[in-house]
Design a protein around this ligand. Structure first.
Ligand SMILES: Nc1nc2c(ncn2[C@@H]2O[C@H](COP(=O)(O)OP(=O)(O)O)[C@@H](O)[C@H]2O)c(=O)[nH]1
Ligand SMILES: [Mg+2]
Length: 356
């Protein structure tokens, strides 16, 4: 606990204005939604909510089990309860910085209201967490991608081996085909033959066109071919798979830059989206991967996979807050329909129960 206390004190001193503003604009944003939008939102997300709730079951159980033990027999939110809450958040893989932010915000509320019941803690935590989560603006049209007419929308998918890149691309391709889009996939993970074949299976199943070369060929060359073909055939979306080799920072940087540069020769503003795929079941390791990839290339969206079957789903909160990158998708199972557009409201509903 000592380490976190030091962290907290250090950060608490300047009493930053920005932090106070953190939670306020959320209310403002919410009130912007018209009633119409709100009800559409509710209907469209009903089935999605059920799957997200199911996928996050273990995280919920782990988190609330700990939280219940932390507040058992106490009626008031005091320093001891906050200390225990801090530990619950840290051990739920929310990450130190974000935990500190949440605790400070709650401390501030307790100080302002003088007295806070432990029974109020859930709803306050829920508000604080929802306010910290970053989601993408685009929601339902084209499965959350900002596709425009005329030029293919290019998504370059990065992440370590085993994170779920190929699977996520396969699921995305299937959803986009369902939405009536023409999808091209570039097999730029040329490191292993099995990776190319695995992607081919997903592409065939989705009805997407895959551009491939032999194993060991230049990933940038595959990306180039894919974009060229996609433009010639007026594709709507291009998904580029890459190898997740974390040889070293410079190596990774060079490899990803080369792929980007070559794509920009065909479509100047490509890639439109660089999506980092993180295995949500790896907890703190996912933070480390985010650190390395954001240092190596400009990442502007996240997909967090394997949230089903892990109690470490709190990483979503910490990673999106710490890196200030929106979570675009979450993976809640291996099935083709088990990739969900991330919705922070659904996420907190899954953890805290649905709120009308
Ligand atoms: N349970 C579960 N498994 C997943 C999810 N996403 C990917 N996987 C599995 O994770 C493993 C590695 O995925 P893969 O796409 O090959 O990772 P890549 O090396 O990054 O391309 C495979 O067995 C996938 O089925 C998910 O959301 N939930
Ligand atoms: Mg792969």
């Amino acid at each position: 606990m000592a380490l976190f206390d030091i962290f907290r004190r250090k950060k608490a001193e300047p009493a930053p204005v920005a932090e106070v503003q953190q939670s306020a604009p959320i209310e403002a944003q919410k009130s912007v939604h018209t009633e119409e939008q709100q009800s559409a939102h509710t209907e469209e997300h009903t089935s999605s909510q059920a799957e997200v709730t199911e996928g996050l079951k273990k995280t919920k159980e782990g988190f609330f089990g700990k939280l219940a033990r932390a507040v058992a027999g106490r009626s008031q939110v005091d320093a001891d309860v906050l200390d225990d809450l801090e530990e619950v958040l840290i051990t739920s893989d929310v990450g130190v910085e974000t935990t500190v932010k949440i605790i400070e915000n709650i401390e501030r509320r307790v100080a302002r209201d003088k007295y806070m019941n432990t029974s109020e803690l859930n709803s306050i935590l829920r508000e604080e967490i929802e306010a910290l989560l970053q989601e993408c603006e685009e929601k339902n049209e084209n499965f959350g991608l900002s596709i425009t007419e005329g030029t293919p929308y290019v998504v370059m998918v990065v992440g370590v081996n085993g994170a779920g890149k190929t699977t996520t691309i396969g699921k995305l391709a299937a959803q986009l085909k369902k939405a009536g889009k023409k999808v091209y996939i570039g097999a730029a993970d040329t490191f292993r033959a099995a990776a190319i074949d695995q992607l081919q299976v997903w592409a065939d199943r989705a009805g997407a066109t895959m551009i491939r070369q032999d194993m060991g060929s230049d990933p940038a060359s595959v990306a180039f071919d894919t974009l060229k073909s996609a433009v010639a055939n007026q594709a709507d979306v291009v998904l580029i798979d890459t190898a997740g080799r974390l040889h070293n920072k410079i190596g990774l940087m060079n490899e990803l830059s080369k792929i980007r540069n070559v794509m920009a020769k065909i479509i100047p503003d490509a890639p439109h989206e660089v999506m980092l795929v993180l295995d949500g079941s790896t907890g703190q390791n996912a933070f480390e991967q985010a650190r390395q990839f954001t240092a190596a290339t400009q990442v502007n969206s996240l997909a967090i996979t394997k949230l089903d079957g892990t109690a470490k789903g709190g990483v979503v909160i910490g990673i999106s807050d710490q890196f200030q990158i929106p979570v675009h998708y979450i993976g809640v199972g291996e099935g083709v329909d088990q990739l969900k557009i991330f919705d922070r409201h659904e996420y907190v509903n899954a953890l805290f129960g649905e709120k009308k």
